[in-house]
Structure formats: C-alpha cells, structure tokens
Design a protein around this ligand. Structure first.
Ligand SMILES: Cc1ncc(COP(=O)(O)O)c(C=O)c1O
Length: 368
C-alpha cells in the first residue's frame, strides 16, 4: 500500500460543494438547457479530471477546455462526454482534433477549410462550433460579417457546424453591453436551428440579463465564486488551501523580517514560518498585506513572501505548535478567507488566484 502523503501544503477539493453549486446553477436555467462544465486550466486549479468525473456523474455531458492537450488529458483519464476546445487550435493540432472527435472552435472559413481537408483525409466528419464575436474582441467572426463565413462553411463536405456561440465581455459590469451582444448574436437566429447555441458564462447566467439558449458555460460559479457579489451567498467555495507551521521563533523588537527587511518588529513577537511561497502560487503581492487563519484566528503576514515560505505573527495566539494546520483559503463563517479577498488585496480576480495554485500543491479530493 502507498504510504499516506505527509501534508505540507495542499488544497482540499470539496466535491459536495461542487455538486451544490451545480444544483444552484441548474435552478437558474430551464431544465432542458445543458450545462457545459468549464474545466479548462485544470478546472481553475481544482483538477480537471476529478471535477469532470463528478460533474459527469451529475449528468453533465459537455466540457469546455482551452486546448487539445487539456482535452486529451480528460480523454486519457476516461472522462466521457463531449469536449469543446474554446481556444483557437494550432494547425499542427488539427489532425488529432479530428481523430479524437473533439469539437474545435472556429472563427472563419479558412480554419474550417483546413479542418475539412484533414477530416476528408481521415475519412471522418469534423464537428466544430462557430464562434461569433459580438464584442469580446478575442475570437470569432465579427458579428457584422460572420454570415459570409457561415455560408461558405456550411458547404464543406466533411465539416459540420454543430454549434454556434458567443462570449460576453462585461456580463459582470455592463448590462447594456451584454444586451447589445445578445442582440448582435440573435441576428444569427436563422443559423441556430438544429445546432447547439450557447453564450452565457457565470456572470451572464447569474446576472440573468442573458438568455441561456441550449447550453450555458459556467466556470467560476461551479467553483463557488460569484462574479456578482450579491450571488456569493448561494455558492460554496470548493477549494480550501492549507499549509502547516514548520518553525516558530521569538523575534526581538527592532529586528527586521524576510528579504529586504521590509517589516520591522515593533515589540517582542512570536513569528511562525509557514510552508508556502510564491512557487506554490501564493502571491508575492501579499507581502506585509495578507493574513492567514490559525486556530480560526486571523494573523498577519510579516515581511516579504518568499519562494517557499512565509512568516506570520502569532503573538496574539496563546500557543502555536509545530506542524499545526494553517488556512490560506477556506474556513467558515466570520473566520473565512476567500480567494476573492486575496484577489482584492493583490489587484486581481479570484480566477487568477485559483488558477495560480501550482502543481507543487497536492490536491486532495473529498467526495462525501
Ligand atoms: C469562452 C468562455 N466561456 C465561458 C467561460 C467561463 O467563464 P466564468 O468562469 O466567468 O463562468 C470562459 C472563461 O474564461 C470562457 O473563456
């Protein structure tokens, strides 16, 4: 038997919370609308295979990934279901996309033509989703001219346009823009029939200003974070990030801590060393800014976050033991530290905090 790993710095993935978030999301949409689980970027740091398997058990039949490699990883690990590659594929990736019957996103006729040639050579039919750029300015055929592309694409012998979609640029901040994007998208109504039509990300779905069409594409909300603060109470953060106290030392008033001596101790203090650093994805911008939870109490980070270790002031806590568990993200009630709080302090979004948790951090899955 494999020995149990010694936990040093790890993330716990709560699959019950994931299932609960999925149920909440499903309550917002008609029962016939499919959910495409966004499991790209290793399911926002939560482990794409484990997350996809849980979602699959709950009846999710579609998964969204960023690239061929992410799609193949799901397949290799036995995840069943349809996989849409959301990113633009590289030309060298086309043969494998066709061979594995993955669904590519295409934005123009040229891409479709190339895929069609490869599908013909492989004596297969390629299935693609055509993306219409209604204002995101990233991928897709621009809404004013995409019809031309669709007309040409629909004549290709070995390619089927199985779906049509768009992506909202500001569903969390600009309702008028989202409505305009929907209007532009709806001009393609005549192409919707017998195709899977989808548009909404979490913000579009929770903001309810968008239509759910045949399918929605939630990501961050599945993982328990609401792009719109008022919805946060309905969602349960799925990931908790923990580490342990590896050393404790007394520091005299006047001494400085960590690289650059950016923090000077103002009174005799107890400083604990924790096994986490920026190599684990803990933001260096939290130097002298962040806090962690020990015994349910918040304690501040002192000095710079280093590659593998951080320092926290535990003077206010009676007794701290070596090996004691520390919460970096997680906890409950008033003593909760959310990824969104770390994000706010570092000028970013919860997505980046979650995706940034590195491979060095062991993922432990709890299914009960
Ligand atoms: C095309 C597309 N659809 C859906 C999503 C999911 O968005 P969210 O995590 O905000 O729900 C993303 C995420 O970046 C995306 O790029």
């Amino acid at each position: 038997m494999k020995p149990k790993p010694i936990l040093r710095c790890w993330a716990e993935i709560d699959h019950r919370a994931l299932r609960d978030n999925l149920s909440f999301i499903r309550k917002q949409i008609p029962p016939t609308t499919e959910v495409m689980g966004m499991v790209k970027a290793n399911a926002y740091g939560h482990c794409s295979v484990a997350v996809a398997k849980t979602l699959r058990k709950e009846g999710v039949r579609w998964f969204g990934v960023a690239s061929l490699a992410e799609a193949l990883s799901l397949k290799e690990h036995g995840v069943q279901g349809k996989i849409l590659i959301l990113g633009a594929a590289l030309i060298e990736e086309y043969p494998q996309i066709i061979r594995h019957q993955l669904i590519a996103t295409i934005s123009n006729f040229q891409e479709g033509k190339r895929l069609n040639e490869i599908a013909k050579r492989q004596r297969l039919k390629g299935i693609v989703h055509f993306k219409i750029d209604t204002g995101m300015g990233r991928l897709g055929g621009w809404w004013e001219v995409a019809e031309q592309e669709l007309l040409q694409l629909s004549k290709l012998s070995h390619l089927e346009i199985g779906g049509i979609y768009t992506h909202f640029a500001s569903a969390d901040s600009d309702d008028a823009m989202t409505r305009e994007q929907i209007k532009r998208f709806l001009n393609y109504r005549s192409w919707f029939e017998k195709r899977m039509v989808h548009a909404s990300n979490s913000a579009g779905l929770l903001g309810k200003q968008s239509l759910s069409f045949d399918c929605i594409r939630p990501g961050i909300s599945l993982y328990g974070y609401a792009p719109l603060q008022k919805e946060q109470k309905h969602l349960k953060p799925v990931l908790s990030w923990k580490t342990r106290v590896t050393a404790i030392h007394r520091v005299k008033k006047g001494r400085t801590l960590s690289y650059g001596g950016t923090y000077r101790v103002t009174k005799d203090s107890m400083i604990a060393v924790l096994a986490v650093g920026y190599a684990d994805g803990y933001p260096r911008l939290l130097s002298n800014q962040g806090s962690v939870l020990i015994q349910g109490k918040r304690v501040p980070i002192r000095g710079r976050v280093t590659m593998d270790q951080i320092l926290v002031d535990v003077t206010s806590i009676g007794k701290v033991s070596l090996g004691e568990e520390v919460i970096l993200i997680g906890g409950s009630g008033k003593n909760q530290l959310l990824a969104s709080e770390l994000a706010e302090k570092t000028g970013t979004i919860s997505y980046e905090i979650l995706c940034g948790i590195s491979d060095r951090v062991l993922r432990i899955h709890r299914h009960a």
